[in-house]
Every structure is written in structure tokens, then in C-alpha cells.
Design a protein around this ligand. Structure first.
Ligand code: G16
Ligand code: MG
Length: 221
């Protein structure tokens, strides 16, 4: 039985994944480091610190704790103006229709599980608060995705067993976290989603009942 749908924020509800990339790109440009979209894929969906640790590993960099804090601060300073200008144009295609359909045609509980410290600000800025019963973010748990903690926390707050939750994610780290938590998963996008129970390029034009049915079928295979 499915009783809850839990959505990732950056890259699933909003197009902010692009802004995270552009912000890291600006920092790496300033530091004279090459940084491609492909590089960025390996940092998707994990915490700010874990993103930097992965970047350091990728580029064989060693930074002091002080330098790391400064890079993370700078990245977020570059990210913040994007948030100030956030509008409904930054919503992912099809997401609002999908959530609206879930609200009107099902009694699934709806939640958000994000690795971001900016998650609540993004949701507020877009006026989406009323859509979700629970929002878990980088402040609610100590360990960000791929740790399962945020999904366990959100499922608990929704009072739904983990196996009755379908998670919607755009990042490998999020799919991994969802599975460790015992949730089912839908990967949205084209890269790094091989482990998802169902992968779709976008939610645009998809119906909740069809997606849920496909996930259930996939899981019992
Ligand atoms: C998001 C992004 C990640 C980002 C993380 C931390 O997670 O996908 O790329 O590194 O938040 O963001 P911040 O620097 O705002 O704390 P999610 O889980 O919403 O995709
Ligand atoms: Mg994401």
C-alpha cells in the first residue's frame, strides 16, 4: 500500500539544482579550477560540505578547514541572489499539476525531504507551504543524503511506515538514501538514476495513479 509521496526539492520541485551548479561554477572559476556539468553531477543532492569534499577529491585539492568554510560561504553567497529572484518560472515542468492531482484525487500524505539549508526559504518564497504536511531539510537531521535520515524523519513525521512511501528524486544520492530507508523511488531526469524503481525524464503529462501503479509493479517483481 502507498500512503505518502515525498518530494526532493532542488531538481524535483524547483529548478534550483541549476543554481547550485552555477554557484559552484563561479567559485571554481575564481579558483582557476575546471568544473563541468558532468563534475557537478557527482555533487548533486548531497550537503554543501559533502559537495565541497567531493569537489576536493575530484580535483585532488586539499583545503584547510578555514578555507573550506570560506568556499562554502562564498558558494552560498552566490546562491542567495537566485533565491531572491525565485518565481513560479523556476518550478520543474509538470510538478504543480502532479501535486495538485495527488491532493485532489488521493489521500496520500505529501512531504518534502531536502539536503538544503535553504529549503524552507525556497518553499516559502514560492508560496508552497500549504501543499506539504512536513518539510525535512539540512537542519532536521545531522546526516544528509545519501544517509537515509531525512526520509526516515519525514516518514515518521507523516506517521507512515517507510515501505509505504514513494520518494521522488533527481540525484543518485537521494535514490540511495530512499532505498536505505526502505522507501520506493521514482528518479526524475536522465543521469545517475539507474537504481530507481522507476525513471522518468520529467513528471510533465504523467498521472499520479499511473506512476504509483508502475512503482508498485516494479517493486513486487
Ligand atoms: C540540495 C541540492 C544539493 C545541495 C544541497 C545543499 O539538496 O540538490 O546539490 O548541495 O541541497 O544545499 P545548501 O547549500 O542550500 O544547504 P536537495 O536534497 O533538495 O536536492
Ligand atoms: Mg535534488
Amino acid at each position: 500500500e502507498v500512503r505518502a509521496l515525498v518530494f526532493d526539492l532542488d531538481g524535483v520541485i524547483t529548478d534550483t539544482a541549476e543554481y547550485h551548479y552555477l554557484s559552484w561554477k563561479r567559485v571554481t572559476d575564481e579558483e582557476g579550477l575546471p568544473f563541468s556539468r558532468e563534475d557537478n553531477m557527482t555533487m548533486l543532492g548531497v550537503s554543501r560540505r559533502e559537495s565541497l569534499l567531493r569537489l576536493m577529491k575530484m580535483k585532488d585539492l586539499s583545503l584547510s578547514e578555514e578555507a573550506m568554510v570560506e568556499w562554502m560561504h562564498r558558494k552560498n553567497e552566490y546562491f542567495k541572489p537566485y533565491l531572491e529572484n525565485l518565481s513560479t518560472a523556476d518550478l520543474m515542468p509538470g510538478i504543480m499539476a502532479f501535486i495538485e492531482e495527488a491532493r485532489t484525487t488521493t489521500d496520500y500524505k505529501l512531504g518534502v525531504a531536502s539536503s538544503s539549508r535553504n529549503a524552507k526559504a525556497v518553499i516559502k518564497k514560492l508560496g508552497l507551504n500549504h501543499l506539504f504536511e512536513v518539510v525535512g531539510d539540512a537542519y532536521t537531521v545531522a546526516n544528509a543524503k545519501p544517509s537515509p535520515d531525512v526520509f526516515i524523519w519525514v516518514a515518521g513525521a507523516l506517521r507512515v511506515p517507510m515501505r509505504e512511501v514513494i520518494v521522488f528524486e533527481d540525484a543518485r544520492a537521494g535514490i540511495e538514501a530512499a532505498h536505505i530507508a526502505g522507501c520506493a523511488s521514482v528518479g526524475i531526469g536522465s543521469t545517475g538514476l539507474e537504481e530507481a524503481d522507476l525513471t522518468v525524464p520529467t513528471l510533465e503529462g504523467l498521472h499520479v495513479a499511473d506512476v504509483v501503479e508502475q512503482v508498485i509493479r516494479q517493486r513486487s517483481l
